[in-house]
Ligand binder design. Structure first.
Ligand SMILES: CCCCCCCC/C=C\CCCCCCCC(=O)N[C@@H](COP(=O)(O)O)[C@H](O)/C=C/CCCCCCCCCCCCC
Length: 257
């Protein structure tokens, strides 16, 4: 969403660029229509447990004019996602619990006495580097992980989400959601998970609701509307993901153990 308008294309390294542009652009039938579809979906989603509009807003609010990423809004967006997972039944409890644990660690840093240093991802990195608390080496079991290490875990998960939503939004073959979810997982997050965690994830994917249910969750009625809403969501995520990725790359923090 740019200046309150939904987006038709995204920039990404995993998502095929040409496919994203052509598909999103061709089938929206003009900006007015996509704006209307988007606004209807946002209106229909109001008051639901998971409001995709709130999540998009939070991802937008994350990015300041000078391209810094605000941790407070980043965590807010994740809390909205947790609502979605919690509404999906006990199979997802483990994943939801893992996400809450990570979010709480970061929130505690933000609320703590050094909270001002955790205002943006850049300031968090600077602060933890200066104070030697980044966890470049394996973490002792009894220590709370650093903000940098913790955020890296959910940052990697954000790439999964981006690819998954893109697959759902642009999938012309109407495959199973579990298949699309697994495909996104194998391309992204799975590289960072142990064999055991990968098995747990595979089981959870099988419990994902079918495509039509997913459409209801994001308050759209068909594939054309889903494309508008989901590509707008992907666009918001990509911006935050890329800024974070740059910071982690610059500071050689992409492999924190
Ligand atoms: C139509 C809108 C739909 C939106 C649906 C998406 C909602 C869910 C969004 C994200 C969920 C993923 C969050 C996973 C966080 C994983 C963090 C992580 O990787 N932790 C591992 C490493 O941590 P440390 O041990 O190093 O501290 C940890 O080992 C993993 C724990 C288990 C997590 C397994 C995650 C696998 C799942 C990815 C797909 C989730 C599918 C959920 C779909 C609702």
């Amino acid at each position: 969403m740019k200046d309150g308008k939904p987006c038709k294309q995204v920039e990404n390294d995993v998502i095929p660029k040409q496919e994203g542009k052509a598909e999103g652009a061709e089938s929206l039938k003009g900006e007015d229509m996509s704006l209307q579809v988007f606004e209807n979906a946002m209106k229909n989603c109001k008051g639901k447990t998971f409001e995709i509009g709130k999540m998009i807003e939070s991802f937008h609010a994350c990015v300041t004019n000078d391209q810094e990423v605000l941790l407070e809004h980043y965590l807010e967006a994740w809390r909205e996602l947790i609502k979605f997972m919690d509404s999906m039944g006990t199979v997802f409890t483990f994943i939801s619990h893992e996400t809450i644990t990570k979010i709480n660690i970061l929130q505690n840093y933000l609320n703590g006495e050094d909270g001002r240093s955790y205002r943006t991802i850049r300031s968090m990195i600077e602060y933890e580097m200066e104070n030697g608390v980044v966890n470049f080496k394996e973490l002792p079991a009894n220590k709370v992980p650093s903000g940098c290490r913790t955020l890296l875990r959910i940052h990697r998960a954000l790439k999964w989400l981006e690819v998954f939503l893109y697959n759902v939004g642009t999938n012309p073959r109407q495959e199973e959601t579990s298949e699309m979810c697994a495909e996104a997982y194998h391309k992204t997050l799975a590289h960072h998970h142990s064999w055991f965690i990968r098995q747990v994830a595979e089981v959870a994917f099988l419990a994902l609701p079918p495509l039509q249910e997913m459409y209801k969750v994001v308050c759209v009625k068909d594939h054309v509307e889903a494309k508008v809403v989901l590509l707008t969501t992907v666009d918001a995520i990509v911006k935050v993901y890329n800024l974070t990725q740059e910071l982690y790359t610059e500071n050689k923090m992409l492999d924190l153990p």
